[in-house]
Ligand binder design. Sequence first.
Ligand code: HEC
Ligand code: HEC
Length: 213
Amino acid sequence: MKHSLLTLLLAATAFGVQASEAAKAAPKGDPARGEPIASTVCGACHGPDGNSQVAANPKLAGQHPEYLFKQMSNFKGHDGKQPERVNAIMNGMIAAFDENQMRDLSAYFASKKQTGESAKNRETIEAGQKLYRAGDMTKGLPACAACHGPSGAGIPAQFPRIAGQFPEYTEAQLKSFREGSRANDPAKMMRMVAIKMTDAEIKAVSDYVAGLR
Ligand code: HEC
Ligand code: HEC
């Protein structure tokens, strides 16, 4: 148990170095060029400023641009291959856009301010907070804070912001990582976390994170 936790954290560190080097080399997007596409195409589901009103559609506002770009690339199939992140809606939506447009869209949504959700379930807040801050050493579950930061703002470029997101979306992602239907996490970092979690733990931490600032 302890050993797998250590492996996970070492993987996270090694990946961090790689990813920040990749990010340095990448060209920057232009938010002004992203705006017209965001407001006409993406806005219908994610909100024109990236603050979606519907829990199934994640908020994109305030997310790190490198993470947004990575997700868009993962939704897009490359060289006729199956996309790395499978979602019928997004696989279709992103198909029409090239790399430069995806960088512009990433820069646009990253520049917007997130209107965060709030925690709704009083009974599970404490349990959610405990998991977030400390994990559960007895079963080798690392603290979310170790990778997503103490306030859930993420650690650019590789660890996304998860604070303020819809709890339903967070819960759905954790379950997808657990069953392996979402498998685009580098070094299996999220799959190794989610596989150790029960439904109740996933629900508690998702609700807690919605209210985290
Ligand atoms: C018809 C609704 C719809 C439209 C239009 C749409 N999306 Fe999405 N988007 C979704 C859904 C649903 C998800 C969540 C997919 C999942 O559950 O894995 C998503 C997920 C995403 C994510 C992943 C966010 C994360 O936190 O991991 C990004 C990035 C994204 N969309 C960008 C875009 C962009 C850019 C556009 C416009 C070109 C767009 N979307 C248009 C419905 C939509
Ligand atoms: C070892 C580092 C690590 C730990 C610990 C960790 N995460 Fe993650 N998490 C990641 C990485 C890396 C990604 C980005 C995956 C990708 O690139 O698609 C991620 C992605 C996510 C996402 C998807 C976000 C989105 O917008 O689609 C959620 C939700 C999430 N983590 C929640 C959690 C929660 C809750 C915990 C604690 C129970 C946790 N994570 C612990 C590294 C970690």
